[in-house]
Design a protein around this ligand. Sequence first.
Ligand SMILES: Nc1ncnc2c1ncn2[C@@H]1O[C@H](COP(=O)(O)OP(=O)(O)OP(=O)(O)O)[C@@H](O)[C@H]1O
Ligand SMILES: [Mg+2]
Length: 251
Amino acid sequence: MLEVKNLGLTLKGDEGEIQVLKDMNFKLEDKKIYVMTGPNGGGKSALSKAIMGIYQSTSGQILLNGEDITNKTIYERARMGIGYAFQQPARFKGIKVRELLEIASDKNKVPEMCDLLYDVGLCAQDYLEREINTSFSGGEVKRIEIATILARDLKLAIFDEPEAGIDLWSMQRLTETFVKMNEKYNTTILIISHQERILNLADEVIMVADGTVSEITTREKVLGEIRQIDSDCRCRQSCNKGGKAIADCDR
Ligand SMILES: Nc1ncnc2c1ncn2[C@@H]1O[C@H](COP(=O)(O)OP(=O)(O)OP(=O)(O)O)[C@@H](O)[C@H]1O
Ligand SMILES: [Mg+2]
């Protein structure tokens, strides 16, 4: 459904131009859940913004269901069914949560909006008529932003580190919501995440490093690698604590 071909992106930094993305190639298929992960600064958010049209790519192509959208604006891409929840959402100060959900979607009946807030773990009675201001915590703003994406009937929904600032209880609910969105609305979902709970949802994992796709792999492989690093570190830690040599570890 989405094809990224030889995509490149150059941005202006403080010390001149930086090549943020280079020669990126991958395809997303209909109705699958993808998790994108990789080292900090690798280019995951920049890629999402290039897909959404927030950054205009400098080379290559982006196709949505065969149609070239490379030169389309953010609004056109939104109308075509792409949605992006920012890693660090903006605070739309001065409007109520209900008003923001009304602007974001056609689900503007109160019961529908209540369901959306429950899906991101917020109690609708407490939030619907609340004005968005500085009294909102980072996690609350993040969850409201995610609700605005869930509210839309999207072909491709991109969530940039949805776990950031979200407590464990709400995270459980949110992972169920992603699965529900994928199954009920046939939305292809791309989640950028570093979290095991999210990696567990992935049909495929896209590894991004140094501005390019380094590997497209299975969740089992990535989770196996993470566990290996974890156990290596534990070994080293216990050796150091006990004042013994690393060779004394039982592995
Ligand atoms: N607006 C910008 N102007 C200049 N450089 C940018 C801009 N946005 C991102 N970059 C640079 O592009 C690179 C990739 O950044 P990006 O935010 O995409 O990384 P990321 O993979 O999302 O990292 P993280 O896991 O920390 O969120 C970084 O080196 C960053 O400094
Ligand atoms: Mg990022």
